[in-house]
Design a protein around this ligand. Sequence first.
Ligand code: AP5
Ligand code: MG
Length: 224
Amino acid sequence: MRLVLLGLPGAGKGTQGDRLAEKYSIPHISTGGLVRSVIDSGLKLGEIFNAYIAKGNLVPDEYMMEMLRQRILADDCRNGWILDGFPRTVAQAKRLDQMLEHETEVLDRAIDIRISGEEAVLRITNRRICRSCGQIYSIEHSPEKVKGFCDKCGEPLYQRPDDNVEVARLRIKVYMEQTHPCVHYYAQTGRLTSVNGEQDIDAVFADLQAAVAVLYAKKAGGQK
Ligand code: AP5
Ligand code: MG
């Protein structure tokens, strides 16, 4: 199963991507996560990436396409993947389609997790993340049990440097201008499902599972 998760910053792509990956045993690939790991590695390239991410801008396509290509050609991606944060532009969406065509594969669905801009800012500023295992928390909706430490692995939590109100607003603007057109791209090619992201986390996950079940049923029936 090959899925793309679309949605405003804070929509729940990371939260739901983790759950879907566990449920369907396919990797959850966050391109934001890939960018942050290059930044954390201390490589020169990380400094270049940081200059974009810190201002809420997109990292240029030439870097992103190559990182994505290498990641989805890895062995663990043979049975599919869940992309979170990719594509960010219609150009990236088209290049993903070309890349898949080359491998005689197809994207099964793009799923748009819909929330409002106000909800996005609220969620982003309330988010905390485990530095070690990446578990996502919300100080409002899903707080950790011991303040500042991960429930799963006990390591300290942190707040992403781009998770402040000012950069969040810029990220939302960039999303509406550059990424939202992908929703139309997938709708026009009959590959879009939308879910209401302003329900609780379990309810959003239930809607996503229902959408994925339809896709598996179609595949089992031999339909494209
Ligand atoms: P990226 O890391 O992808 O950030 P983003 O798109 O801004 O999305 P977020 O990670 O902020 O939100 P999310 O939807 O994952 O929400 P989450 O599940 O954490 O990208 C960062 C940067 O990298 C970009 O700005 C860009 O510079 C660069 N980049 C990445 N990909 C690129 C590409 N392809 N091309 C170019 N540049 C690229 O949830 C948020 C919070 O809400 C959490 O606290 C969570 O607990 C809570 N929450 C989740 N669901 C619910 C719910 N249903 N109810 C209540 N709270 C909820
Ligand atoms: Mg995320």
